[in-house]
Design a protein around this ligand. Structure first.
Ligand code: UT7
Length: 337
């Protein structure tokens, strides 16, 4: 049976670091508040000099992943690109990334699953592999949040948590009867909570996507988040979906070597760990350095966990989980070959 095996990972963040102290220059916040409430110390944001879109960050990450896999872009037979911050309204960032890689016929699929972009993307890659539709897939999560945030005090609850960044995986179809690769995914969505985390404009459900006479400071251009509401949902749903994925995989929590959760707020992941009675070192964090990079967050953490030797030995079991805009949430389990 065909299994989805990770052959290489890569990441890229724009060089400019924005500390919590830097944010106090243009909004009423403090390093103490941000560290205590979110665990974030700094994030990377693009600058005017960079001229990076999400697909550009993704291209850098993709090149690193391709190098690690020993593949050239022409080896790819499918590209999946996850983002909530596409370079332009359309075409999708996957096409732009493929162009950056100088490809001119490789299929490229964009997915808009926000914080669960990686979970949905990996499950999609696995389905393509299992069905024989593709055998060498590039999965990229990339976000440029900083150019779309409300940097006044009005937007401080949202703005302080988001960072720009990208991460990529090369995933290969391998014929084996061993219990390796992506062995289970549990995915969910509930659009009844779409209002809890959204950016409204531009909107195709309006007769004019950009209504006449509105100011560019209109809050509908900026992300809105019911932070405490999402927080409570995450703490409730993440343990539940973790158990669902474990059940699908036929594994116990004690079989898992490392949990890589979406990096939205360190307190969410700590509460999740307490609920499941997990030792602290079983949950991977890197939110302090990058903030919340949405679709890039889980693969970026995975890349670091592999590079630092925290995970990746044959037989190691890693569980991914996350919840975000949609609402969407999920968990998946991967066993290293
Ligand atoms: O990745 C997508 C999914 N998103 C998430 O998982 C995010 C989940 N939510 C969160 O991470 C947290 O709710 C936030 C970090 C967004 C906010 O933290 P909180 O502990 O829930 O704070 P709060 O919204 O309940 O606000 C508490 C107070 C308020 O002041 P008052 O009304 O008590 O006077 C806010 O105005 O903190 C104030 N506040 C801030 N103060 C300083 C909100 N943001 C800030 C800020 N700096 N950046």
């Amino acid at each position: 049976m065909k299994k989805s095996i990770i052959r290489g990972s890569g990441f890229f963040v724009p060089p400019h670091i924005v500390t919590n102290e830097d944010l106090t220059q243009f909004m009423d916040t403090s390093d103490e508040w941000i560290r205590q409430r979110t665990g974030i110390h700094q994030r990377h944001w693009v600058t005017e000099e960079d001229m990076y879109g999400a697909s550009d960050l993704g291209t850098h990450a993709a090149r690193m992943a391709l190098d690690k896999a020993g593949w050239g872009p022409e080896d790819l037979d499918f590209i999946i690109f996850a983002t909530l911050s596409p370079d332009i309204m359309f075409p999708g960032g996957g096409c732009l990334l493929a162009r950056n890689l100088e490809l001119n016929a490789t299929p490229a699929l964009d997915i808009r699953q926000q914080c669960t972009g990686f979970l949905y993307g990996f499950a999609t890659a696995d389905s393509y592999i299992k069905s024989g539709l593709a055998s060498k897939i590039l999965l990229v999560g990339a976000e440029v949040h900083s150019t779309g945030l409300d940097k006044s005090t009005r937007g401080r609850d949202v703005t302080v948590i988001f960072g720009d960044g990208a991460a990529a995986l090369c995933i290969e179809a391998v014929d084996t009867d061993e219990n390796v690769g992506l062995i289970a995914s549990a995915l969910h969505a509930d659009g009844h909570f779409a209002e809890a985390l959204k950016t409204e404009l531009p909107a195709s459900n309006l007769i004019k996507r950009l209504p006449d006479g509105i100011s560019t400071d209109d809050p509908r251009y900026f992300p809105f988040m019911d932070g405490p509401g999402i927080f409570k949902k995450a703490v409730r749903m993440l343990p539940k979906v973790t158990k669902e994925a474990l059940e699908k995989a036929g594994l116990a929590l004690s079989d898992v070597d490392l949990i890589i959760p979406h990096q939205a707020n360190k307190r969410i992941n700590q509460a999740y760990g307490q609920f499941l009675k997990l030792p602290e070192d079983k949950i991977f964090h890197n939110i302090e350095k990058y903030g919340n990079t949405t679709a890039a967050s889980i693969p970026l953490a995975l890349h670091e966990a592999i590079e630092t030797g925290r995970i990746g030995k044959s037989g190691d079991v890693v569980l991914f989980t996350g919840l975000g805009a949609g609402l969407t949430w999920g968990a998946s389990i991967y066993i290293f070959p």
